[in-house]
Design a protein around this ligand. Sequence first.
Ligand code: NDP
Length: 342
Amino acid sequence: MTLPVPPTQKATILSTPGDPSALLYHPAHPIPQPAPGQVLVKNAVAGINYIDTYFRTGLYPGQTPTILGREAAGVVVALGPPAEQDQDQDQYHGLRVGDRVIWLANGGYAEYSAVPAGMAVRLPDGLAFADAAAAFMSGLTALALTRETYRVRAGDWVLLHAAAGGVGFLMTQVLKKAGARVIATAGGREKVEVVEGLGADCVIDYRGGEGKGWVERVMEITGGEGVDVVYDSVGKDTWEGSLEAVKRKGTVVWFGNSSGPVPPLPLNRLSPKCVKIARPTLFGYIATRQEFEGYAHALFELLTSGALKVKIHGMYSLEDVPKAHVDLESRKTMGKLLIRFD
Ligand code: NDP
């Protein structure tokens, strides 16, 4: 069974790496055919993530022209053909036409995406597409980094940068639920207030609002010791400070480049404080179906029980995706940016 699919779709295409103006709206783009093992999803809401800007600029290499966007929530409208081999395995992981799903793959800036069935998961009934898309990639990242990259324990001092962002907003809540003592950074008074509202123990305006360096503040708060772990997705601008703010035998988790990549690090920089460095990617923690479903279901439980709140900065149309990239890169946003398809 398939659901009706029109001949063409609306999509936003990256023509060639560049600034946001390289993202071009196409009103009549071909709809992909799902290959064996793929499902075709009619997207309802797609997420815009900072990683999309890395692919747009070419910081992360990729082919062009292409459709960016690594996640969306919607309805399965077709399954690919059955594979000739492995007939006994359910290559569609129990997904059926008509299922409400969320997926992590490529090509979310379009009305329809053909994605591997292994990277799509059925949504619980009560979870709205927008809430799911606002939380999926960001929330899985928050869970994997706090459960596996460094296992956060009650009482740990944790420094989290960009805490009002898409990942940061969710990670602050995950850290507090784990019993951590959270020192958060955010740029500007409004963002600071939002993160304070999430229960962070101390929120520092690292754009200088307090007249003191944020590293100095972290050391003051922790009685001169520093923090057990730093979660740093800002990269270039915060990296040196993060190494200073971590305590002896502590861990620095570098997981993003919002201000640019960190410079090469001579390993002997780590010796004086016996510091550990991690450079994780979410996809390394959800490589098997079991891992993917395990994290997805853990996140759904947090969302449907109301234990985790989402924050949607704004809903953009496909035509407005270039503006969304400008907003994200100019540090104007709080929480998640989404694309809605009407
Ligand atoms: P955010 O919503 O967090 O946006 C980025 C934020 O970074 C900005 O709002 C801003 O917050 C802060 N920032 C600091 N310096 C700059 C700068 N020079 N330019 C732009 N922003 C700056 O984005 P996401 O939630 O989508 O992603 C957060 C980070 O997590 C990204 O670095 C992303 O790559 C990373 N990530 C990594 C994953 C992984 O698997 N490794 C998975 C998912 C996300 P403020 O104004 O408060 O400083």
